[in-house]
Design a protein around this ligand. Structure first.
Ligand SMILES: [Zn+2]
Length: 136
């Protein structure tokens, strides 16, 4: 079940719902996941992805982005959904620290160069090219 909450200033909700459905069907074909896409005003991030056990995945997207940046961010965050669903990425709180586990290896920091971010960026550009190919 895909739900979209709030609205983007520049992008139609039905496009977001359709692309979310298509992208997840392609990335994780047999998973039955619920995802809430939530548009809101955000200053620090373009997008965020959260997972809580037995609850829908929540993808927050800034509502002030261009079409291009909105879709890039959507694809990036959906890649994180894929990583959580497949068990590639997990996040824990350990004492005062946040701990990331990516494919059995543990990390204490998340940066632009973290392997799960590189994976998400590759996926993001792949679906962006696919989207442009379909339109053009
Ligand atoms: Zn990311």
């Amino acid at each position: 079940m895909i739900r979209v909450y709030g609205n983007s200033l520049g992008v139609d909700c039905s496009l977001i719902r359709k692309l979310t459905q298509q992208t997840l069907a392609d990335l994780i074909p047999n998973a039955d996941v619920s995802v809430s896409i939530i548009f809101k005003d955000m200053d620090k991030h373009y997008g965020l992805c959260y997972y809580r056990t037995n609850r829908p995945y929540r993808v927050f997207l800034s509502r002030n982005l261009s079409l291009r940046q909105t879709l890039l961010t959507l694809f990036h965050e959906l890649a994180h959904v894929k990583q959580f669903v497949r068990g590639e990425l997990a996040e824990f709180i350990q004492g005062r620290h946040r701990l990331y586990r990516w494919k059995q290896k543990e990390f204490y920091l998340e940066t632009k160069n973290s392997p799960w971010e590189k994976d998400a960026n590759r996926i993001m550009y792949r679906y962006w090219r696919k989207y442009n190919g379909k339109r053009g």
